[in-house]
Each structure stands twice: as structure tokens, then as C-alpha cells.
Design a protein around this ligand. Sequence first.
Ligand code: HEM
Length: 236
Amino acid sequence: MKETLLAMKRQASSRRWTPFQIAVHLAALTPLMALAWDLWWGNLSVNPIQDITFRTGKAAMILLVLSLAVTPVYTMFAFRRVLKIRRTLGLYAFSYAVLHFLTYAWLDYDWDFYLIRLEIAEKPYVLVGFAAFLLLSLLAVTSTKGWQRRLKQGWKRVHRLVYVAAMLVMLHYIWVQKADIRQPLAWTALLGILFIVRLPPVRRGMVQWRQQRARSRQQSLSAHMTPSNEDITPLN
Ligand code: HEM
């Protein structure tokens, strides 16, 4: 009985959000709140649907990249708390992608699949976005502990599809632009860096760098703590 109560208490405290997690949720909800604010006060452009499409798409893309930055940040700084927000960021990315898709298919095209088909023939980047969206949906559905148990080793393999989804998103983002592609290229470069730092030799180098930094910090700390000859020489 006592053990069960203790286990329940432990589970309840692990469910409680830390200030860091609360900050992450607030930051992830900011684009939505800003959009609701601008919608309410009529601050959107003359083409509000396009505005909403852009803003939800951008938020989804940024959150996806941030979710992919979690593992490298952990490798570099051993900041354990970031691991807890990886799934949260991924699910927020997916939620914004759902809003992005609904804005397109519902607000813009009123579920008119004939018109959507015509547009896809003219703008294939929509199909690329849709493929990314399908992958993100699969990852969101299978992100639970239950699916982790069910898929066992296969779970990791399925979740590697996030790299394919991210590449498709960048292709979609670049393709959508009519003129200036500097921003999408910068995001693609960042994604490339996040892929490179996952390569085993690079990862090993990062771990070594972290350990070496920790060791030298320890050494300088103990040098400060060890009393020098002057300190132990009697004053008189
Ligand atoms: C569900 C399928 C999708 C459809 C139908 C779709 C459609 C669109 C459309 C129509 C645009 C604007 C094009 C324009 O007006 O010039 C756009 C832009 C964009 N989409 Fe998607 N998209 C989809 C999936 C995604 C996903 C999954 C992401 C990211 C996770 C994404 C990220 C973006 C970004 C970043 C932009 C450009 C925003 C900007 O330039 O500020 N899209 N998408």
C-alpha cells in the first residue's frame, strides 16, 4: 500500500511541469496567440488566408527544426532537461501543420478537391507539403509510449522518417517562394548542420569536447580550492 502511494506520488511529480517546460509551451503557443490577436484586431494583410497559411507553415517548420536540435544540444551540453521537450516540440510542429493544412483545404479551397487537384498539377510544391504532412501525422500518432512498446525496435526506424519529413518541408519551403529564397536556404543550412552533427564521428568529437571542458573546469575549480603555501604559512 505504502509502495503504491509512493509510486503514485512519484508519477504525479514527474507529470508536473517544470518552469522550463512551461516556458517551452508558452513559446510554442506564441505564434498562435499572435495570429489570434492579429485576426481579432484586423491586423492581417489584404490576403488574410495567405497570411495565415504563411504563419502556420513557418511556425510548423521552425518547431520541427527545434525538435531536431534537441539531441545535438544534449550531446553538446548534457542538458538533460531538453530531452523532455523533444516530443512536445514535435507535437507542436504537427499541430501547426494541421492548422496550415486546414487553412489551405478548408478556408482557401472549402474542401473542393477538384480545384485542389488542378492546383497541385500547377504547383507540385503542394504535393511535397502534403507528403511531409502525412509523415508528420504518422510520427505524431506513433509518438506515444503505447506505440513505442508495440513497435519495439521498429519504433526508432519509423521515427527516423522525421529526417525525410524535414527535408520535404525544406523543399516545400524553398519551392513556395516566388523570389527571395535566402530565408529558406538559411533554414535548410541549419537543418543540414543538425544532420551533420548526428554523424557518429562528429558526435563522438562533440562528446569528447564536452568531457574535456568538464575536466578542465574541475581542475581549475580544485586549483582554486587547494590552499596555496601562502595560505597555510602562519602569519606571525
Ligand atoms: C498539408 C499539406 C500542405 C499544404 C497543402 C501546404 C500548402 C502551402 C501553401 C499553399 C503555401 C503558401 C504558398 C503561397 O501562397 O505562395 C505554403 C507555404 C508554406 N508551407 Fe506549406 N503546405 C503543406 C504542408 C506543410 C508542412 C507540413 C509544413 C511544415 C512543417 C509547411 C510549411 C510551409 C512553409 C514554411 C511555407 C512558407 C511560409 C513563408 O514563406 O513564410 N507546409 N504551404
